[in-house]
Write a protein that binds this ligand. Structure first.
Ligand code: NAP
Length: 362
């Protein structure tokens, strides 16, 4: 039996290509992993009647560690995001998104080292929505008017933003514990508490209480989300560990990906109490499907996070060094890296050739 059994969800769009590249790189380190393939997404709907079959969730639960490629969420079809559903089903309350510079990407900044800790289960992503014109939406609108909460136009659709003490406490505590365990100096809690008093206001109150427990060990500050975005662009060196509610976390982590050279470079992990599902920040980039063009670095760096989680530090280091060497050389790199470095995609190599170049460094 292999030392580790890992559930692999290839996803769709560029998912199968970049997860193949990732798997080849991980296997080439010699680490003993058995991959248990589990398919999810629109392409399994016909067979299982759902894009996220129960056996996929079960496989993640059983193996406790999964890695996935992106899964497309069709817009405006009533089809719920597989990614959001998986995070909810497995209570993966942390979305960890480290953004660190690697020379050779052509990124606008050179010394970025920021860790985004995004809450993953609540907020506007809780999936509690009321469709425009539905009877329950009319009821909710009436309720709000009767209780003096406010007048909502009758032709509105409504999405709820629940933020709890429980959800806020565990995510902020995770950020502080992560900071302590990883030698980080500061945690910044991001919010819009000046406007959203009962949701973000609650989050900020809880963050301040948790921060008090870490006083003298980890520095704490809070910032409003709009100022945070400007700050990240103007003086990113002021940020260390940044903890945010779900929606701001999603947006700000794409901003952070932009600081390190784009979505092709940004890894991620969804972590819960019993289980972890590793996935890059980016989506399925459908226009590149099957073209062997997409940059697999984010997926490969996601595997580096997974290997560290599994205690396979040597294999993780080998891959990271390989990625750094190939990017520094700048020859065998994908179209996006060529584009940021030279303004043209001429001379770019494909997804699998880039993986081969990393493997050749081992
Ligand atoms: P996206 O798939 O992240 O792609 C947006 C753009 O980012 C691409 O067109 C490409 O830019 C660049 N990019 C993303 N991944 C790249 C890679 N590996 N290598 C090089 N460039 C990359 O965002 P989207 O088009 O908004 O979303 C597509 C679908 O993915 C949607 O259905 C969305 O819901 C889903 N999604 C899934 C996840 C997930 O599975 N966790 C996460 C986010 C989105 P250029 O065209 O400029 O090269």
């Amino acid at each position: 039996m292999a030392k580790h059994v890992v559930t692999l969800i290839p996803g769709d769009g560029i998912g199968p290509e970049i997860t193949t590249a990732m798997r080849r790189v991980v296997d080439a380190t010699g680490v003993d992993i058995e991959w248990e393939i589990a398919d999810a997404g629109e392409h399994v709907m016909a067979e299982y009647g759902t894009p996220l079959p129960e056996h996929v969730i079960e496989a993640c639960r059983r193996n406790k560690v999964a890695i996935k490629g992106p899964v497309t969420t069709p817009v405006g079809t009533g089809f719920r995001s597989v990614n959001v559903a998986l995070r909810k089903e497995l209570d993966l309350y942390v979305n960890l998104r480290p953004a660190f510079s690697i020379p050779g990407t052509g990124a606008r900044y050179e010394d970025i080292d920021i860790v985004i800790v995004r809450e993953n289960t609540e907020d506007l992503y809780a999936g509690i929505e009321f469709e425009e014109g539905a009877p329950e939406t009319a009821e909710l609108i009436k309720f709000c008017a009767e209780k003096g909460a406010g007048i909502i136009r009758p032709d509105s659709g409504i999405s709820l933003k629940p933020i709890s003490i429980t959800g806020s406490e565990r995510i902020v505590r995770y950020a502080f514990e992560y900071a302590l365990a990883n030698g980080r100096k500061k945690v910044t809690a991001v919010h819009k508490a000046n406007i959203l008093k009962y949701s973000d206001g609650l989050y900020l109150d809880v963050a301040r209480k948790v921060a008090a427990e870490y006083e003298g060990r980890v520095e704490f500050e809070d910032r409003i989300v709009d100022m945070t975005c400007m700050g990240l662009v103007l003086y990113p060196e002021q940020f260390d560990v940044v903890v945010l509610p779900n929606l701001y976390g999603d947006i700000v982590s794409d901003l952070a990906a932009g600081l390190i050279g784009g979505l092709g470079m940004a890894p991620g992990a969804n972590i819960g109490t019993d289980c972890a599902v590793f996935e890059p920040v980016h989506g399925s980039a459908p226009k590149y499907t099957g073209k062997d063009m997409a940059n697999p670095t984010a997926e490969i760096l996601t595997a580096v996070l997974m290997l560290k989680h599994l205690g396979e530090f040597e294999a993780a280091e080998k891959i990271l060094s390989g990625v750094k060497a190939v990017l520094a050389e700048g020859v065998n790199v994908t179209y996006d890296i060529k584009r940021t470095n030279t303004g043209s995609t001429d001379g770019a190599v494909g997804t699998q050739a880039y993986a081969d170049a990393i493997i050749a460094t081992f």
